[in-house]
Every structure is written in C-alpha cells, then in structure tokens.
Design a protein around this ligand. Structure first.
Ligand code: SAH
Length: 354
C-alpha cells in the first residue's frame, strides 16, 4: 500500500466516502509534485514533446493573434500547466523575428508542481519568467495571450451516475481487503444544479462528468480576458458535444491502469467537455471559436509548409523524426482527431485556424 493510500483510507474511516474530486486532487498533487511524468521514460507524452512543429505553429498563431489585436506594446503571455516548458521554449524561438513581440511579452506560467517548475526554469531561456499557483496573481494591467495544452484534463472532476431515475454522486469508499472502490451517495448541492441544467436525457447507468476546478479556472480566465482584452487557446483531448460516459483514466508507463492502482503514482485525467467549456466562455461575454480537431487546426495554420521548409535543411535522421512527429500530431489515428482546439477572444476580430 502506498503511503498516500493509507492516508486516503484513514480519511475515509474518519469522514466517510471521499469525493472523486478530492481523490483526484490528493493523488495528482503527489503525482505531479515530485516528478517529471513526461516523455518515453515517464508515463505519457504530449504534443510539444512529440515535435518542435507543434510549438512553432502555436507560436505563429500567437504572433498572428497579437497583430490582429493591434500589436499591444506590452502584453502577458500566459501558459497554464507548462510541463517541461517545451511549448513555451518553442514558441519563444518561433517568434523571435516578429518585430515587437519579444520586447512586449511578459511570460507568466501557472504551475503547481515544484519538480516541473525546476524543469521549466532550465528549459525556457527568458530571464523574466514569473510563476503563479493560479490565475489570481496574474497581473491585470495588460492584454493577455493565453495557452494551455493538456491542462484542463489534469484538473479534478466529479462523476454522477443515473440510477433508479435519479442522479447519484460517485465517490471513493473502502472495499474488501482494504481495497478502494467506487460507491454512490446523494450528490452535493452544486452538482444537483449542474444536473438540473442538462439538456440531454439520461438512461439508466449513464455517467455525467463535471469539473468544478475546470469551471472555476475558465471563469477566472474569461473574466480577465474580458477585462484586459486578449485571446487564448485550450488544446486537449475531449469531446465536442455534450455526452455521457466515464472518461476518468489512469496512465502509468504509457499503459492504462485502474484509477485505484498505487494512488499518487499514476497520471489521472478526464476528457474535456469542450461544448461545456465553449458555452461557459461565451456566457462570460467572450467569443468562442468552433471546436476543431488538432489535425485540422495545425493544417489550417500551415504545418505542411513548415514541415517542407524544415525537411529541406534536415539530415536523414532529422527528416525521419520530423515526418514521424508530423504524423503523430495530425493523423486521425494518432492525436489529430481525439485532440481538440478551442479559441477564445475579446473584441471583434477574426482569428486564424478556425
Ligand atoms: N502542457 C504540458 C504539460 C501537460 S501535463 C505539455 O503539453 O507537455 C499537465 C501540467 O499541468 C503539468 O505541468 C502539471 O504540473 C500542471 N498542473 C496540473 N494541475 C495543475 C493545477 N491545478 N494548477 C496548475 N498547474 C497544474
């Protein structure tokens, strides 16, 4: 039994069943707090780690968006959940020839993991980076350009299950032989109101997911972009229409394991409900784009042209890496279809890629 598992059992013995959100949150803070989980030697790989092409295209989108917003002299370049810092580092390199962009940018990273902050410090060659635990401490004196890749999927969720004609909340309880298992209880009040707003009709056994942490983050971010002006992108795996299903999963060494396997030692994620995110952003008074597939988004931004340019200067090994990376980013059977991109912005501008 992991030390964290013991703590979870004691908490359940003391307070009764634990919400899934609390379970995810204690597991994830231990998981991310102590390690770098990314890459071949870790538990999972993300788009910026797959190929430099990803960060270069996001950099191009940011530079283009900055110009469409009137090229503000000073702006905040904010990334949430920057992992190893690879995406920001590629963005920074890709934008160095855009006159005024580097001079105007202040980089702010929202990151809670001490281990990953260290990695980011080593990866990003910019002396003026500032770190934050949440949106709250991000300055409010300049327009904001925001990006987050595989961030929302790492925030805790709650699950509701439709049983006997009503919604019940899925919680973590102690089962036989000191195992952890899913139980059901009457839902907490805020979740009842989420269920009441549902326009889909559930069938017996259907599971509906709600991310209170995600909702709070999106609300804070939208409020700031509305007030300070700006734009942003959420890139993540998820679904484009409201739907039911259990998407909570645990990954360890690139393999799927039970969410109760070695608590705190595997990556727990849930698919992002992009329809809900877009609706929430819209309700906060911002423009939300169509929800597009990552493959489509990157192709619309011109990833194929960029690939050709890089291939012209590449040796045989580099060519292979570039082509493989490109396929993994855009092909339907890899990240191209499951990963979605949602753009959002203040004011009346059209943004590229949608
Ligand atoms: N964007 C990176 C890493 C994705 S992994 C990439 O694409 O490679 C998720 C990232 O979110 C990690 O950096 C993790 O430490 C961070 N994270 C998870 N929960 C967080 C929270 N509540 N607040 C801020 N950062 C968080």
């Amino acid at each position: 039994m992991t030390p964290l598992e013991k703590i979870i059992h004691s908490e359940i013995a003391l307070n009764g069943p634990m919400t899934l959100g609390r379970y995810m949150s204690v597991c994830l803070s231990q998981y991310y707090g102590a390690r770098d989980p990314l890459g071949a030697a870790g538990d999972f790989t993300t788009a910026p780690e797959v190929s430099q092409l990803f960060g270069e295209m996001i950099g191009a989108w940011l530079a283009d968006t900055w110009m469409r917003l009137g090229a503000p002299q000073k702006f905040l370049l904010v990334e949430a959940g920057p992992g190893r810092g690879t995406l920001m580092s590629d963005i920074w390199r890709a934008t160095k020839r855009v006159p005024g962009f580097h001079e105007g940018a202040e980089i702010h990273l929202i990151e809670t993991s001490p281990a990953l902050k260290e990695k980011q410090r080593a990866t990003i060659s910019h002396e003026l980076i500032r770190w934050h635990d949440s949106m709250e401490t991000i300055p409010d004196d300049a327009p904001l350009l925001f990006i987050a890749n595989e961030f929302l999927d790492a925030l805790p969720i709650e699950q509701l299950q439709y049983e006997g004609g009503k919604w019940l909340q899925r919680v973590v309880t102690t089962g036989e032989n000191n195992s952890l298992q899913i139980g059901l209880k009457f839902p907490d009040a805020p979740l009842v109101s989420s269920c009441n707003k549902l326009t889909l009709s559930p069938r017996e056994g259907d599971i509906f997911e709600v991310s209170s942490a995600g909702n709070m983050f999106i609300e804070q971010l939208s409020f700031r972009i509305k007030k300070q002006e700006g734009a942003g992108l959420f890139i993540d795996y998820g679904y484009a229409k409201n739907s039911f299903g259990d998407t909570l999963q645990a990954l360890q060494k690139h393999k799927s394991v039970s969410i109760f396997h070695e608590p705190g030692q595997s990556d727990l994620t849930a698919h992002v409900n992009f329809a809900h995110v877009a609706a929430q952003i819209g309700a906060m008074g911002l423009h939300a784009s169509k929800i597009v597939r990552q493959g489509t988004f990157l192709k619309t931004l011109g990833i194929e042209t960029r690939l050709t340019v890089l291939l012209d200067q590449a040796d045989a090994k580099q060519s292979d890496d570039l082509k493989t990376g490109y396929e993994r980013l855009v092909a339907d059977e890899h990240m191209g279809k499951l990963f979605k991109v949602l753009g959002f912005w203040s004011g009346n501008v059209e943004l590229a890629g949608f």
